[in-house]
Design a protein around this ligand. Sequence first.
Ligand code: ADP
Length: 319
Amino acid sequence: MKRIGVLTSGGDSPGMNAAIRAVVRKAIYHDLEVYGVQYGFAGLIEGDIKKMELGDVGDIIHRGGTKLYTARCEEFRTPEGRQKAVDQLNARGIEALVVIGGDGSFRGAEKLTELGYPTIGVPGTIDNDIPGTDYTIGFDTALNTVIDAIDKIRDTATSHERTYVIEVMGRDAGDLALWSGLADGAETILIPEEEYDMDQVVSRLRRGHARGKKHSIIIIAEGVGSGTEFGQKIQETTNLETRVTVLGHIQRGGSPTGFDRVLASRLGARAVELLLNGKEGRMVGIEKNEIVDNPIPEVLKQKHQVDSGMYKLSQELSI
Ligand code: ADP
């Protein structure tokens, strides 16, 4: 193998730059040429592809976002679109592609493998919702961003004796809500994977208020429903002054934490090693602090599981 490509696709996450850097540097270390594809699969179809040198990935390990930009691309969902993408790669003699992204991007990568084109997936998403890895690149940074925001909200919540409902990202996965809720001692954590009982939420709030609690924090993952509507319901039912904060896209940005930088460096480097060893169609991940790799179709067949033991613990600690 002489030439490989790398792209970032789908939702961005902090640490994607560190992963790009690791892919580029590891490849050059092993005398490979590396080509950066801009704007994900959309750029691939358009041929937005440039050779990358060591210096192109200098000074990016600590930056959020992705230097290669990212995009969503409907055309790539069609066989014609994917053929155009493979033609662009073949025209440049690029023999394999590293795809940094979420599960949607891996469905795209899987389709390339079906066309006989070698790909390796590197999991980058703040949602931590990908099977085959304990952590995805960006989750730890997003978690710390959410914790920082909740700490600040907690200060003002205490001053005003209010109840705060905080909506965090996570359409299908409650990891960000659960971890941040546990880390911040939230009274209630609502995640898509677990049913909740409104009466219990309300009675817990009332109990806390009755024993003199100055404020309450409720974390709701976006997949459960609108934080704004939930906050209105709480205010109407309890008569406690309630405010809602939707954290939104600040959760996607920011300088990656040390954990995410190290994870991205290890995963990006392993992706290149796999290609050098003739492996393809696999996703790299971390399990029990070991770097592992699994077939992408197997990863996509599984469903990410939230840690139900941790959910139970969060309830026990917030009585
Ligand atoms: P993420 O990778 O963050 O989950 P998306 O779900 O938006 O993001 O997927 C990113 C891109 O991957 C899509 O815009 C599309 O180009 C491609 N993709 C997703 N699913 C498929 C699929 N089933 N077949 C082909 N390409 C897909």
